[in-house]
Design a binder for this molecule. Structure first.
Ligand code: ZN
Length: 135
């Protein structure tokens, strides 16, 4: 069974994280937490808590990474939405049973030590959807 708990975060692809951060901190008065490079994804990320959810800024560490390619194709902007699930393995098994098109059949490492997996936009109404389990 999949048990969706909340919108965990919205992932925003930016060209320059330091620049983008300024809006969220200086203009909106939010605080940045946990900056990290995720090598497998060729991306630098930071999280900005916003009430019960977070904004995730994503900057590519190389032009040929997923975020670099996304920006080349679409420009900067919302790249994915993430839903927090209680148990990601159970969630993926459930979705697989229901015939949902997955990008990741098994969970992988996400920033901040989360377990994450992506669902194909063809299955979700056109957005890249991330499932995230955090302890
Ligand atoms: Zn994310």
């Amino acid at each position: 069974m999949i048990n969706v708990l909340k919108v965990d975060h919205i992932g925003i692809a930016v060209k320059n994280m330091a620049e983008a951060k300024k809006f969220y901190t200086e203009v909106l008065g939010l605080t940045v937490q946990g900056e990290e490079v995720v090598e497998q994804q060729k991306v630098k990320v930071c999280f900005i808590p916003c009430g019960d959810s977070e904004v995730e800024l994503l900057e590519s560490t190389t032009p040929d990474g997923p975020i670099g390619k996304f920006i080349e194709k679409n420009g900067e902007g919302i790249q994915h939405m993430a839903l927090r699930v209680e148990n990601i393995r159970e969630a993926l098994a459930d979705l697989k049973d229901k015939g949902v098109r997955l990008i990741d059949e098994s969970p992988r490492y996400g920033a901040g030590g989360a377990s994450i997996a992506f669902i194909h936009p063809k299955a979700t109404g056109g957005i890249l959807l991330e499932l995230s389990e955090r302890k």
